[in-house]
Ligand binder design. Structure first.
Ligand code: FES
Ligand SMILES: [Fe+2]
Length: 457
């Protein structure tokens, strides 16, 4: 690049076009009511794109993965042509579930009730006594019920809505942002799924604000000093949000403050001597950016070339409607996903995973939120009950609050939330849920229709 040409990478990320935010009340019953839970499932969960499977777990034709979303169970299957297709995990004879394990490999899915056999493409290959069906041979008339399915970033996304817009349109600006990282090549170094006694939205709300950091995560004090004033909050018409924390570890506001051991360790990793920066701490952030640009490619981080300077040091945090939150740094991301319990509005299934870039040139341990782990081999996925073990320091702190908040939401004395400006993403999120309940689909700018008037909830 010539020295005179302006390098777009030195510029901050342009803000997203802000949607208009209303002032819907957000009362406690949204988190406790069975009736609201049922409406949400019927009108929202079955109309949205959901990040559900992992391509790497289905490398060969016939490999499959099964994931649950509330009462539904979805089967994702690798096809002969390399694509992945998704089906409801239900036998079309008399409704038995086809598989009960999380993953496997088949030549045919054979139902354990009467032995009907479905091929990986969903067609019915065998039905016992096929001549005995007055409506005709089931193999000619019946197949597994398929739903839209796409892959992006190495994940399998599904949508129970047959009229779903393409995933790229649904994700809006999030698609371009996340495409900047080769996430499909990254490895999973933490994989805990936790059954948590709170509604899924309580956790998602928590990831939609950083107002709680000072109180719930005081050890992150450097990151949050004047935090919200140094944070860029973005929301988009499609319902997703972005928070760029310029006050990440190498904080823009470091002047006059001490560097933390975490920051000092990070500096040493990138060949910077913390002692040289005492008294001029504000210079740490640009110095780290420069070092990462310089050393990144030779350490195997070739994609650093395509990232903005701020992406090399700052926290980019996204919430993808409805149930996914992800904190992206230059070389890793914290994967946070909530799914509803099959029947209980006051419970959810929470995935707390960590992915990291894994260039062969890098031999350092991977710094996961639960501590450093050896590089190279993905961890085993574990499913636990809440409080059975730690899920990582900061997330333990978050869950201790969300489970208590769930109890508070039951109270007739709670009059609904009273939000700060920096919590506007929560308001927006609930409004998008309401749009779905009203039959409006906010994704895709062209599809945005004026909201009908809603009764106060
Ligand atoms: S329910 Fe599956 S074969 Fe009868
Ligand atoms: Fe938190």
């Amino acid at each position: 690049m010539s020295s005179t040409a302006k390098d777009w990478r030195a510029e901050p990320a342009p803000a997203w076009e802000l949607p208009k935010i209303g002032n819907h009340p957000i009362p406690g019953h949204r988190y406790t009511s069975r009736e609201f839970f049922a409406r949400e499932f019927e009108h929202m969960w079955t109309k949205v794109w959901l990040l559900l499977g992992r391509e790497s777990e289905m490398p060969n034709p016939g490999d499959w993965q099964m994931e649950e979303v509330g009462p539904e169970s979805i089967l994702m299957v690798r096809q002969e042509d390399g694509n992945i297709r998704a089906f409801y995990n239900v036998c079309q004879h008399r409704g038995n579930r086809l598989v009960f394990e999380p993953q496997g490999h088949v030549r045919r899915f054979i139902c354990q009730y009467h032995g009907w056999a479905f091929m990986p493409d969903g067609s019915l290959n065998f039905a016992q006594d096929a001549e005995d069906f007055p409506d005709g041979n089931p193999c000619d008339n019946v197949r597994l019920k398929e739903i839209p399915c796409e892959t992006f970033l190495g994940f399998v996304w599904v949508n129970m809505d047959p009229d779903a817009v393409p995933l790229k349109e649904y994700l809006g600006p999030v698609w371009d942002d996340l495409s900047m990282y080769p996430i499909q090549d990254w490895k999973r170094y933490q994989a805990l799924t936790v059954n948590v006694p709170c509604n899924w939205k309580v956790i998602q709300d928590n990831f939609n604000e950083s107002y709680h950091l000072k109180k719930v995560h005081p050890e992150a004090s450097m990151m949050i000093e004047e935090g919200y004033k140094e944070t860029q909050f973005d929301m988009c018409a499609e319902g997703h949000s972005r928070m760029i924390m310029h006050a990440g570890y190498p904080a823009r506001s470091l002047e006059g403050k001490k560097m933390t051991p975490v920051l000092e360790a990070m500096m040493r990793e990138w060949d910077l001597d913390p002692d040289e920066y005492r008294g001029r701490e504000r210079e740490v952030r640009p110095a780290l950016q420069k070092k990462k640009r310089e050393l990144g490619p030779q350490r195997g981080y070739h994609y650093f070339e395509n990232l903005r300077d701020e992406q090399l040091t700052d926290f980019y945090h996204y919430t993808i409607f409805p149930n996914f939150a992800v904190s992206v740094t230059a070389d890793g991301f914290h994967f946070l996903r909530q799914r509803p319990h099959p029947t209980d509005p006051e419970r959810c299934v929470f995935d707390n995973w960590y992915y990291a870039a894994d260039p062969p040139e890098d031999t350092r341990p991977v710094g996961t939120p639960a501590g450093p782990v050896e590089r190279g081999t993905e961890v085993e996925h574990e499913v636990i009950e809440y409080l059975e073990k730690s899920v990582g320091f900061a997330i333990d702190q978050d869950l201790s609050i969300t489970t208590g908040q769930q109890l508070g939401f039951r109270s007739r004395g709670f009059e609904g939330v009273y939000l700060a400006g920096q919590e506007a993403r929560i308001r927006r999120y609930h409004e998008v849920i309401d749009e779905y309940l009203d039959g409006v689909r906010p994704h895709g700018r062209l599809n945005v229709r004026p909201r009908p008037v809603s009764p106060i909830r």
